[in-house]
Design a protein around this ligand. Structure first.
Ligand code: ADP
Length: 529
């Protein structure tokens, strides 16, 4: 038997309602559920048996109960609610995003209840949040790239990068550990937490440790940190401890220079579990590689600036050094003009000043030769004893104040070196020992043969050199500023010495203790060809 027309319509409507993905629910004016489709069961988890007859309030999360009152008030007035984005609670207690349309139900011109269509828009909302997050990240990356490209101040680069990366990965604290002065042994740590960045110095920058931490893999996360050696784990934990950061999750990303050196590391911490995701890693790695370039540029700029100011100081001092002998020579010559017979008496003094002038000029010419890669050696045979003897003779005029002792062994060994330049090195080191140690102290020279090399050491009992200066003294124009007893100098002697030793395929180094003295070592092949 064919159904009546209204029965057919109802059957069609019921089929549509049941096959809908959306939750379609009806309720009476007191908010009691009267119908509940399959979609409602899928979205909210309750079966129709569980839902029908219950209050619609069971779907409202805490704090949103007022919404139902407002919706019912509108329904009473015959007002429809269209695509209202809100939150609802499922049977399992999960909060979901839904888009809600509520319309009044009329029977014989009277409103008897409301129909609700609720669409689960959680996935859509998540995608929207992700898009917003991505565009925020893109903006941060764009801004930071623009800012650090033009930033020539190392500290500002570090501060900006710490702030931006901490924001991107939503870390509770971000630490940027970087080598403040690579040749200096000091390091610098900057951490950012809660929007404020603080600077700390004094943590020993340990490149080897950082290299082990990052291994060859680069970025590490919580689970990788557990696999590190105890010293490496301790180092990371100490970093977070210093910044008072309680960590359950962490992530560390290396800053790698163009030449492959690890010049720093970004460390992020959070008390939550698995906070740092692959996405964060990729974004921050891209910032880290730009940071490495920016830091290198900034460091180069600072180096040039300091070299420039040292050059200015040098020009001032060199002009003075060149002028002094000239003034003395002019004085003697004028006296000779007035009394020509006296000139003979002045000649040795004039000669000494001319020697001083030519030695300064020779040093300056050597610097130019090194700069243009033209420091050529003229090799010739010389015995070790003659080399040392020549140097000792040259320093006689200034060495009277000190006790010079020679402990050379293997004296007769024959060397094939640029004797003139090697003497220049030894005279520089001996002159420094005299200049930088008090009168009446001892200066000893030891020379010996080690395999195919000669090692010469010069020990003084002078003021010594501190650990943080020890690598800098070979830098052109570099002088340690000592206010107590200023000593004259140009800051070029050790630079030239190192260059000459390197040209002989040798090395120069120093052991020193502040207040006790220094021992300079040079070692070079017996035959420098
Ligand atoms: P200069 O002696 O003209 O300043 P150098 O290049 O020879 O230049 O030396 C660089 C710096 O190294 C010096 O300014 C001095 O501070 C330090 N130095 C060199 N030799 C010694 C030494 N024997 N004891 C202490 N300091 C030294």
């Amino acid at each position: 038997m064919r159904p009546h027309q209204p029965d057919l319509r109802n059957a069609i409507l019921a089929a549509i309602v049941d096959s809908s993905d959306d939750a379609i629910i009806s309720k009476d004016l007191k908010g009691m559920i009267t119908t509940w489709n399959n979609g409602a069961e899928r979205v909210f988890g309750y079966t129709s048996e569980e839902a029908i007859g219950k209050s619609i309030m069971m779907l409202l999360p805490q704090g949103r109960e007022h919404e139902e009152v407002e919706i019912l008030a509108k329904i009473h007035k015959g007002i429809r609610l269209d695509h209202f984005d809100t939150l609802r609670k499922t049977k399992s207690g999960k909060i979901i995003n839904i888009s809600l349309t509520v319309s009044p139900i009329y029977f014989e011109d009277k409103i008897i209840g409301a129909s609700k269509i609720a669409r689960d828009i959680t996935a859509q909302k998540e995608t929207e949040t992700l898009i917003v997050e991505h565009s925020e990240h893109l903006e941060i990356i764009n801004n930071i790239s623009r800012e650090i490209v033009y930033e020539l101040n190392v500290e500002k680069v570090v501060a900006k990068v710490t702030e931006a990366t901490t924001k991107i990965c939503k870390a509770a604290c971000g630490i940027f550990l970087y080598d403040l002065e690579a040749d200096h042994g000091k390091s610098h740590m900057l951490f950012e937490s809660g929007g404020t960045s603080t600077k700390r110095t004094g943590i020993a920058f340990n490149e080897v440790l950082l290299k082990n931490i990052f291994h060859e893999k680069g970025t590490i996360r919580t689970k990788d940190i557990e696999k590190l050696e105890p010293a490496e784990t301790d180092f990371i934990l100490k970093l977070f401890e210093e910044s008072h950061c309680d960590i359950t999750s962490c992530m560390a990303i290396p800053i790698i220079s163009k030449t492959g050196l690890i010049t720093g590391g970004l460390f992020f911490g959070h008390s939550g579990i698995e906070v740092f995701k692959k996405d964060h890693e990729k974004l921050i790695e891209s910032i880290a590689s730009q940071t490495a370039i920016a830091l290198e540029n900034a460091r180069l700029y600072e180096e040039i600036k300091s070299l420039n100011s040292r050059k200015d100081e040098f020009i001032g001092f060199a002009s003075h050094e060149l002028k002094t002998p000239l003034t003395t020579i002019k004085g003697f010559v004028q006296m000779g003009i007035q009394d020509p017979e006296q000139i003979v008496e002045f000649l040795p003094k004039i000669n000494k000043q001319i020697d001083r002038l030519s030695s300064i000029i020779e040093d300056l010419l050597d610097i130019t030769r090194i700069d243009s890669g033209k420091l050529d050696l003229t090799l010739s045979p010389i015995s070790l004893s003659s080399l040392i003897k020549n140097c000792l003779e040259s320093i006689i005029p200034i060495a009277k104040s000190h006790r010079i002792k020679n402990f050379t062994v293997d004296e007769e060994i024959n060397l094939n070196i640029d004797a003139h330049k090697m003497e220049q090195v030894l005279i520089n080191i001996l002159t420094n020992s005299i200049k930088y140690s008090p009168p009446d102290t001892e200066i000893s020279i030891k020379a010996k043969c080690i395999n195919d090399n000669i090692q010469i050491s010069i020990t003084d009992q002078g003021r010594g050199i501190s650990n943080d200066q020890i690598h800098k003294i070979y830098t052109l124009f570099y002088r340690i500023q000592e206010s107590s007893t200023p000593v004259k100098g140009l800051g070029i002697g050790l630079y030239l010495s190192q260059q000459i030793i390197l040209a002989h395929h040798g090395k120069i180094w120093v052991d020193s203790e502040i207040g006790k003295g220094s021992t300079f070592f040079i070692e070079f092949p017996i035959d420098a060809t």
